[in-house]
Every structure is written in structure tokens, then in C-alpha cells.
Design a protein around this ligand. Structure first.
Ligand code: 6GU
Length: 273
């Protein structure tokens, strides 16, 4: 996969040289190109922003440098033989970034990121490239960052670990929270390793039993318990067909019951844990 990032803070992307993403780069699985947007600003001060039409606080990133930068990046990538690119535009007003979108992006041969500073990029830039490319405006959560660079790191890491050969163990992401499959949309429960006692804290007996069926059931119960406590919205919107008889027993113990449409909601008489 080819990745291009256009930013006014190229050094912010240094973490792309570290750990899993750094290894994927070194292995040739990821071909990363970071560009300084100011290379396409032609005045003496390398200006990339201006005041917003309509007034208001802050500054808006100008069309000119972004248009020239993206045209050049596209020309270079096509020249190098990269496949059809997708444009990823980090913005707090974007669609929430999810595991499903990470999976979708991991299937693209080429991603181009346009992290912005200030109040964002003049909207005509995304409008222009949306006539030619798939454009994903994404937010990484309901809070405001000073710029999109941290979001590029987040999206890149989520995507890179899905690329073939990047994770040592293919099973490693099969039971991720939010990965498709039997544990879809449940948070993972607690994990333990040696020693069996630490500062008076033991390890749940079942994990030492060697009984794979009981371990799987315990993990499922813990996932349900944690999800009900921390992300009740995930239980409420889950397809009830995803819950087996034992799940339903556990949910009932946790104070959840099916409503008229089959979906689970908190029991009226349930006491919060
Ligand atoms: Cl993608 N950018 C900025 N600036 N703030 C954010 C964000 C992105 N996602 C959440 N907050």
C-alpha cells in the first residue's frame, strides 16, 4: 500500500518510522511519502492560510497550495504505478472513524491524507477531488485536536495492522473488539499472564484449567459484562441474533432484557453495578 501525507508539520509524522508501521515500511508492505505543504506555497512567507469568508475566528487553509500539492502527489503516485487512490481528510466534522472503515481503507492500494491545521481547508478542495476520487472525511472522536496529524497516525496504525503479513498472528485481529465475527461489537475482557499470583491478586481459576470451552465462555461473559458497563450503546444496538442462550442468561444477570423488537435494553428494575 502507498501512503502520502501532505502536512505543514512533516516531523509530526515521525512516529510512522516506529513499531508496527515502521516495520511494515521497512518490509516494503507500506510505501510512505510525507510532504511539506509549504513546498507549494510560493510567496516569501510560504503562506498556506487566510481569513475566512463571512468572518469569524481563526484562519482557513487556502486552495492554491493544496491543489498544487495534491496534483503533484497524484501525478507522482500514478507515475510510480500506484492503483486507484482514496483521499482521507481528517476533520472533527467528519464521519466517525470505525473498524469497518479501517477494513475498507485497508483494501485500497493507495491512501492520501490531508491533515489540516487552523479551522480546516477551503471546502472547494475536497469538492474538487471528490469529482475524481473517493473522499473520506473522518473524525477520530468527539473532541477537538489542534490539527489532523494525530488522526493520520491513528488511521494509519488501524489500517496497517490489517495489511497481509503485518501482524505475526493472523488470529490476532480476529477477536479484536469491533472486528467482525463472534465477538463483533463487544469490548474485550481482562487478560492475564504469569506469574499466577502478584501482590495478592490471583488469576481467574478457569484460565488455568486448560478447558478451552470453559475459557471461551468465560471470555464471552467478561466481554458482555465489560461492554454492558462501559458501552451500553453497543449492547442496545447489537443484532439480537448475535446473542446465544448463554449470552442471554448473562445479559439477564447484568440487568438487560429483550424489548418488543428483540433488541436488548436495561431491565426497568435493574440496579446499576
Ligand atoms: Cl480528524 N481532526 C481534528 N482537528 N480534531 C479532531 C479530529 C480530527 N477527530 C477528532 N477531533
Amino acid at each position: 500500500m502507498r501512503l502520502d501525507v501532505v502536512t505543514i508539520f512533516p516531523e509530526y509524522l515521525e512516529p510512522l518510522n516506529v513499531s508496527l508501521v515502521g516495520k511494515a515500511r521497512a518490509a516494503g508492505t507500506l510505501d510512505v511519502h510525507v510532504h511539506d505543504l509549504r513546498a507549494w506555497a510560493h510567496d516569501r512567507h510560504s503562506t498556506v492560510d487566510d481569513t475566512p469568508y463571512g468572518g469569524g475566528p481563526g484562519m482557513v487553509m487556502k486552495t492554491g497550495p493544496w491543489g498544487e500539492a495534491l496534483d503533484q502527489v497524484l501525478a507522482d503516485g500514478y507515475e510510480a504505478g500506484a492503483g486507484r487512490p482514496a483521499l482521507v481528510v481528517p476533520t472533527p466534522s467528519g464521519r466517525p472513524f470505525t473498524q469497518a472503515l479501517a477494513v475498507d481503507l485497508s483494501r485500497a492500494p493507495w491512501l492520501i491524507f490531508t491533515p489540516a491545521r487552523y479551522e480546516g481547508i477551503d471546502s472547494r478542495v475536497t469538492a474538487e477531488y471528490a469529482t475524481r476520487l473517493p473522499v473520506h472525511e473522518v473524525s477520530i472522536g468527539d473532541y477537538v485536536l489542534a490539527g489532523g496529524e494525530a488522526a493520520v497516525l491513528v488511521v494509519t496504525e488501524a489500517v496497517a495492522r490489517l495489511l497481509p503479513g503485518v501482524l505475526g498472528n493472523a488470529q490476532s485481529h480476529a477477536d479484536d473488539s469491533f472486528a467482525p465475527g463472534p465477538m463483533a461489537d463487544l469490548l474485550e475482557g481482562p487478560v492475564y499472564t504469569k506469574p499466577p499470583r502478584w501482590r495478592g491478586h490471583g488469576v481467574p481459576e478457569v484460565l488455568l484449567s486448560g478447558h478451552h470451552g470453559k475459557v471461551a465462555r468465560w471470555r464471552r461473559d467478561e466481554a458482555l459484562r465489560r461492554t454492558a458497563a462501559l458501552r451500553p450503546d453497543l449492547i442496545a444496538r447489537a443484532d439480537p441474533a448475535a446473542f446465544d442462550r448463554r449470552d442471554r442468561e448473562m445479559l439477564s444477570i447484568l440487568g438487560w432484557q429483550p424489548g418488543p423488537d428483540g433488541r436488548f435494553g436495561p431491565s426497568p428494575d435493574a440496579v446499576e453495578e
